[in-house]
Every structure is written in structure tokens, then in C-alpha cells.
Ligand binder design. Structure first.
Ligand SMILES: Cc1cc2nc3c(=O)[nH]c(=O)nc-3n(C[C@H](O)[C@H](O)[C@H](O)COP(=O)(O)OP(=O)(O)OC[C@H]3O[C@@H](n4cnc5c(N)ncnc54)[C@H](O)[C@@H]3O)c2cc1C
Length: 299
């Protein structure tokens, strides 16, 4: 029998083999994808999903890699990333926006602000894509993407078919969105009319606050852990005396204790060792089980 990778590249010639993934993540960490495709249009997504299904390999959808720790030996199967036609924002009227899944969140928020549409300002500093924001219900204490989402267009890896999930079928919770197992292609958002200048000022305020409180210029993936009910993960980690603590090339950020930074060529194993240490100490000292917010993929 032919190698599955040969069969996959025969069906989808733009598939690249053994593509290093570190460059596609904000951590700059991670081994290669067996097979990788930057899909530019719906038809390519459909063909790739069907081909992966036919050869029996899993598909992982990569956004901006801003919430991902890719393990050192990489990801088995096909890694799919959206580009091209998925990078567009349009305004169909009725205070709505339609955003492709590959649009970057800050770009979407600013495009809405320029149209005098409000509702997404608190998430302007989330560096990922719309697809990633839907998967994670990206947000801050001041607001999440979920409440604005009217529908999601998604492809099903089982057969490549595309369907529209209406508002009633969508359930968002803290850092959890409704696209598990599907490939989000676009979404329709309901916004509120506002005054462009006021919306822009709010956007600038949220950006400024982030620059002051987060290590935005380092290699990281934002919050490592979800906040446990009624508490803040950063505060707990700080109280454990672990702010600045390093293992290999990874350290707890000296600026924000719930961020881990790759400050010196860290391996995924360094990050995971730090995660284990923090969890063990938090359990032993506070009796708190910290749950990961960043997603870990690969082997
Ligand atoms: C400096 C910094 C600050 C951050 N601040 C915040 C913050 O304030 N609030 C917050 O919520 N997050 C924050 N994050 C984390 C991150 O930006 C968000 O979780 C973001 O939504 C992830 O989007 P992404 O495109 O990078 O997804 P990725 O990291 O690439 O993937 C995350 C998950 O989404 C899935 N996914 C991605 N695209 C699709 C798609 N098209 N269809 C289906 N599934 C998909 C992936 O399979 C994966 O499971 C921050 C990160 C950084 C680096």
C-alpha cells in the first residue's frame, strides 16, 4: 500500500510534508506537522478534509497559534490553516459583520469600529484569528466574542460538507466555544451602532491597558491557566513565589504570572515541566486544581 502521505499529496497537491510548526505559533515552539495545508478557498478545505478522511488521518485546525503549545515531536496527520478567501471582512447591513475564520481579531475589531459598530472592543488585544476566537470564546473580564455571534459557517471533517450553525445551536462558556470537531469557516456577528470616535477611543484604552499589564512583546500564548472560580490564577502563582521561575528556556513571566514565556529557545517539554510544577504547588498549597487555558497538541 502507498504511504498515506503520498495519497494525500496526490489528492491535494499543495500539501507540504514535515512542515515545522514553531513558526506558526506565538510561542515559537513545536515539532513538525506530518502534512500541512494553507487552504485558500472552501473547495480546497472540502477536498482536503475528504482526502484526510479517505486515508484515515486526523485533521487539526491551526489558527494564529496564539493559544497553542505544540509538542516537540510535532503533530500527526494533517494540519490545516486557513488563508485567502477566509481573510475577508464584510458588512451586510443591519449592524452586522461577516468575518472569515482567518481574519485576525484586532483587524476585525478595528474594521467594525471604523464602520461605527460597537461590541468587540474588549477583545481588540486578542492576537488570534476569528476561528480561534470562536473555538476559545476569546474574551476578557470586559467581554467575550460569544454574545455577538449570530451564526457560524463550519465544515465537517467527516465528509467535508459545510453547514451553518444558527445562534440557537451555539453554546459559549468561559474559554470554550461551540466549534469542537468542526472547521469554522466564517461567522456572522450582531453589533451595536455607535459613534466611531467613541469606539476608537475605547479600542485605544483596551490596547493601552494590555501593554501595561502583559508581556506582549515576548513569545507566549497568553494565559496559561483558566482562572479558578472566584480567584485569579496569576495571583495564586505569584503567591507561590513562582513569578520569574525558569525551567530550561521557559519561565513564568516576570510581568504577568499567568503567562509563560519562551525566553531562550524553550522546548515544549520545558513549558510542560513548568506547568506541572505550578499545578503541583497550587494543589499542595491552596488545594486548587488549575485547569489549562492554552491547548496542548501533538506528541
Ligand atoms: C499576548 C497574548 C494575549 C492574549 N490575550 C487573550 C485574551 O485577553 N483573551 C483570550 O481569550 N485569549 C487571549 N490570548 C490567547 C489567544 O489569542 C486566544 O485563545 C485566541 O482566540 C486563539 O486564536 P488562534 O487563532 O491563535 O487559535 P490557535 O491558538 O491557533 O488555536 C486554538 C484552538 O482553536 C482551534 N481553532 C483555530 N481556528 C479554528 C477554526 N477555524 N475552526 C475550528 N477550530 C479552530 C484550534 O484547533 C485550537 O484548538 C492571548 C494570547 C497572547 C499571545
Amino acid at each position: 500500500m502507498r504511504d498515506w502521505r503520498e495519497a494525500l499529496t496526490a489528492a491535494v497537491p499543495r500539501v507540504v510534508l514535515d512542515e515545522p510548526l514553531a513558526r506558526y505559533t506565538t510561542f515559537k515552539i513545536g515539532g513538525p506537522a506530518d502534512a500541512f495545508l494553507d487552504a485558500r478557498e472552501r473547495d480546497e478545505v472540502r477536498v482536503a478534509l475528504r482526502a484526510a478522511r479517505a486515508v484515515g488521518v486526523p485533521v487539526f485546525v491551526l489558527g494564529w497559534g496564539s493559544n497553542l503549545l505544540v509538542k516537540d515531536r510535532g503533530v500527526r496527520g494533517l494540519v490545516l490553516r486557513l488563508t485567502g478567501e477566509f481573510e475577508k471582512v464584510s458588512f451586510p447591513g443591519g449592524d452586522r459583520a461577516r468575518a472569515g475564520a482567518a481574519v485576525r481579531v484586532p483587524q476585525l475589531v478595528v474594521a467594525c469600529a471604523e464602520k461605527g459598530l460597537s461590541g468587540l472592543e474588549p477583545i481588540v488585544g486578542v492576537p488570534g484569528t476569528v476561528g480561534g476566537a470562536l473555538a476559545m470564546n476569546a474574551g476578557t473580564r470586559d467581554g467575550e466574542i460569544g454574545p455577538a455571534v449570530l451564526e457560524i459557517e463550519a465544515a465537517d471533517p467527516a465528509d467535508g460538507s459545510v453547514r451553518v450553525l444558527p445562534r440557537e445551536a451555539l453554546s459559549f462558556s468561559y474559554r470554550h466555544g461551540p466549534v469542537g470537531g468542526l472547521v469554522a469557516l466564517s461567522c456572522l456577528l450582531q453589533l451595536k451602532p455607535g459613534i466611531k470616535g467613541d469606539i476608537m477611543s475605547a479600542v485605544a484604552r483596551y490596547q493601552q491597558k494590555r501593554l501595561q499589564t502583559q508581556p506582549v512583546h515576548t513569545f507566549n500564548v497568553g494565559s496559561t491557566f483558566k482562572n479558578p472560580p472566584g480567584r485569579f490564577a496569576a495571583q495564586l502563582i505569584e503567591q507561590l513565589g513562582l513569578k520569574g521561575h525558569a525551567i530550561g528556556g521557559a519561565r513564568v513571566s516576570p510581568v504577568h504570572a499567568n503567562f509563560i514565556e519562551n525566553f531562550a529557545g524553550a522546548k515544549a517539554s520545558d513549558v510542560l515541566a513548568l506547568v506541572d510544577l505550578i499545578r503541583e504547588r497550587a494543589r499542595a498549597t491552596f488545594g486548587v486544581a488549575l485547569e489549562l487555558e492554552m491547548r496542548v497538541v501533538g506528541e
